[in-house]
Design a protein around this ligand. Structure first.
Ligand code: 2P0
Length: 349
């Protein structure tokens, strides 16, 4: 290869994660430091995911980025944070004597191309997989290994949890510089192979209020959010970690539903209020509680993020029965006057 024209292309994928203890609210907007810790389940890699290709070449004049085929502004502050932090780490590693991936000069510009295999802005955490993938792929290109969740966090808070598989906690940290606000694996996906994740798509419409500005207003106006962050979540993080470690489905499920409900209560407590749940979401909530009551045990749990689509946690052996209940409640052949719903089944990954 001609050393005058070194180029390098790397493609990686990163999965979506679903929070069971929700992140909502920042104490530092620029560094993306949260007001509480959170815990999530990462989906299996080849399901809902982002695929990112990064190319570098001496001939590139400037950094550029394309998202789902459309060129976007590379000067977006969060993209710039990730690029800057990766290049800073690469420079540091090399000055420490580690040559890294010496195909890629630090002075080379990057072209980034990122695609999702699911609709963005449908409340399915596209920014989490997107920034996790961006940071991971850039790290591969520049030959960096090790802790990267602190950089992914600076792209999007929830992205730090997509850097690991299985059950992952994002520890809020105490420091002002954010160095201890990192994601950590609680258990790998192999820990609980029977667990299934159903996504019930009630709407693929764009959400009315984005997470970033929504949580800003919540921090400014909701005293319920302050109470939740200070007095509720710390205990729930411990209980949830233990429920996962014991594979105690009922405990896991009840905490998941309560935490989703409290998150949406803080949205309603925000002023002006934020509504992410719609009529279909409320019907799914009733359906899950009726289903559990019918069986006399907690067999299914719902959780909702910044959108109306439900995510259901359930054990493998109960999936057919639950899907049947969903189809009975939301008949697929109905149209006009009835709400439609489609169901996708996933595993932790
Ligand atoms: C979560 N959500 O824990 C919560 C639950 C939505 C509801 O993380 O501003 O896109 O980029 O840090 O990560 C959505 O917030 O917000 C989110 P930023 P992000 O999954």
């Amino acid at each position: 290869e001609d050393s005058m024209d070194k180029s390098n292309i790397v493609t990686c994928t990163a999965p979506v994660n679903i929070a069971v203890i929700k992140y909502w609210g920042k104490r530092n907007e620029e560094l993306i430091l949260p007001i509480n810790s959170s815990l999530s389940v990462t989906l299996h890699q080849d399901q809902l995911k982002t695929t990112t290709t990064v190319a570098t070449s001496r001939s590139f004049q400037e950094d550029r980025i394309w998202l789902n085929g459309k060129e976007e502004d590379i000067n977006h502050p969060r993209i710039q944070s990730c690029l800057r932090e990766i290049r800073r780490l690469a420079r540091k590693r090399r000055s420490d004597g580690d040559p890294g991936f010496d195909l890629t000069s630090l002075s080379h510009k990057v072209h980034i191309c990122s695609v999702n295999n699911f609709p963005t802005a449908a409340g399915l955490a596209s920014s989490a997989a997107g920034f996790a993938c961006l940071v991971y792929t850039l790290a591969q290109v520049f030959g960096i290994e090790g802790e990267l969740s602190g950089i992914a966090r600076q792209g999007s808070g929830s992205a730090c949890r997509s850097m690991y598989g299985g059950f992952v906690q994002w520890i809020m940290g105490q420091k002002d510089d954010g160095k201890d606000s990192l994601a950590q694996q609680v258990e790998p996906e192999t820990h609980w192979p029977e667990l299934r994740i159903l996504v019930l798509v009630a709407s693929a419409e764009r959400k009315p209020i984005g997470s970033t500005s929504g949580m800003q207003t919540s921090v400014q106006t909701s005293c319920l959010l302050k109470h939740r962050a200070e007095s509720v979540v710390p205990g729930r993080m411990v209980e949830m970690t233990e429920a996962v470690q014991r594979k105690d489905f009922a405990a896991f499920a009840e905490l998941t539903m309560k935490d989703s409900n409290q998150f949406h209560a803080t949205c309603l407590d925000t002023y002006p209020p934020i509504f992410y749940l719609n009529n279909v979401s409320q019907q799914v909530i009733s359906l899950v509680h009726r289903y559990n009551r019918h069986h006399g045990e907690t067999r299914a749990a719902y959780t909702f993020d910044a959108g109306p689509n439900a995510v259901i946690f359930i054990l493998q052996q109960h999936v057919p029965e639950f899907v049947q209940a969903v189809q009975h409640f939301f008949p697929p052949e109905s149209n006009g006057g009835h709400d439609m719903i489609s169901c996708f089944v996933f595993k932790a990954g």
